[in-house]
Write a protein that binds this ligand. Structure first.
Ligand SMILES: [Zn+2]
Ligand SMILES: [Zn+2]
Length: 352
């Protein structure tokens, strides 16, 4: 199937139109027309080969919302016309203990990325959602619940599940005390989802500049990390801190904010971190953890929860040809809080 998208051809060049082939429909595949695709920091890192595993051309995009256009003969959960979604993973072994538990993101053979991964059968490089069409096996296709605004829901597929999964792993519920460090694409979803679960949420930020935003998102307060007195007063306060900062930083000042046995979970920075002091970890039996996206079942639960509670990301809609400018603005944290590409703006070019 011929399709069209926007690809990075080189780490240093802007994204540009790209015509390419999607695989032929397999018996257990769902084909969709992509309606909207969110713009994630990983898209930018991958386009620029910041993690060293990019291939070119590469089509980024793993916050995908679409409409089913065809299904293989073995597909029974979806039919033509259904609204569906695809996140960061499109395949896994389906047999290991983690896959059996619904934790495909932790597959022992490694999950297969929507982009940046290779097809498990043909070994061809996968291409992501900055495109007109996508084909995915049924098990990795999610159902968009009725009532969820399709034009805003796309960022739930990465920013949403990345913050939802730790909230569930560490049993956040009514009355839980949750801290969120960083108020970008991930951070604003962490606040909304934790508030939706009934938690008391504090945004931890370097200055008070984002206080009004934090409160508008549902947080109870903003804690200024540069204010030593306020930080000392907040010692032992949190059951869970979600650290969404996407760059190398020092977590030491935040560790004392955790209660005994509580956890700071890193979801933003992928790669080396600054040294940190273990004293607050040892003295409070506190924990530092990491968490990658979430499994398919958990992602569907998150989508259903968001539909029920009407939780949606704050989005800025862009045209496909505005993507390079959007990357620049995202790097400068100049977006509230997620760009979403309207795929109707992608020139038709080659179609199915
Ligand atoms: Zn992402
Ligand atoms: Zn597996």
């Amino acid at each position: 199937m011929k399709t069209v998208g926007f690809a990075a051809y080189d780490p240093k060049k802007p994204l540009a139109p790209y015509e390419f082939e999607r695989r032929a429909l397999r018996p257990n595949d769902v084909a969709m027309e992509i309606l909207f695709c969110g713009v994630c920091h990983s898209d930018l890192h991958t386009a620029r080969n910041d993690w060293g595993w990019s291939y070119y051309p590469i089509v980024p995009g793993h916050e995908i919302v679409g409409r089913v256009t065809a299904v293989g003969p073995q597909v029974n959960r979806y039919k033509v016309g259904d609204h569906v979604a695809v996140g960061c993973l499109v395949d896994s072994c389906q047999e290991c203990d983690q896959c059996q538990k619904g934790e495909e993101q932790l597959c022992r053979e490694g999950m297969t990325g929507t982009y940046g991964g290779h097809d498990r059968i043909t070994k061809a490089p996968n291409q992501g959602g900055y495109s007109k069409h996508l084909i995915v096996r049924e098990e990795f296709c999610l159902s968009m619940p009725a009532g969820l605004d399709l034009s805003k829901a796309a960022p739930l597929l990465c920013a949403g599940i990345t913050t939802w999964s730790p909230l569930k792993t560490w049993n956040v519920g009514v009355g839980s005390r949750v801290g969120v460090i960083g108020l970008g694409g991930l951070g604003h979803m962490a606040v909304k989802l934790a508030v939706g679960l009934g938690a008391d949420v504090t945004v931890v930020s370097r200055s008070a500049a984002k206080e009004a935003d934090a409160l508008a998102l549902g947080a109870s307060r903003l804690l200024v990390s540069a204010d030593e007195e306020a930080m000392a007063q907040a010692a032992n306060h949190f059951d869970l801190i979600i650290d969404t900062v996407p760059v190398k930083h020092d977590i030491t000042p935040y560790l004392a904010l955790l209660d005994v046995d509580a956890t700071l979970v890193l979801v933003g920075q992928v790669g080396p971190m600054n040294e940190f002091n273990t004293v607050p970890m040892l003295m409070g039996r506190r924990r530092v953890a990491g968490s990658p996206i979430g499994g398919i079942k958990e992602t569907q639960e998150m989508l259903d929860f968001c539909a029920e509670k009407n939780i949606l990301p704050d989005c800025e809609m862009i045209r496909m040809d505005e993507i390079n400018e959007a990357f620049e603005r995202m790097e400068n944290a100049d977006v509230r809080y997620r760009f979403v590409i309207d795929m109707a703006t992608l020139p038709a070019g080659a179609t199915a």
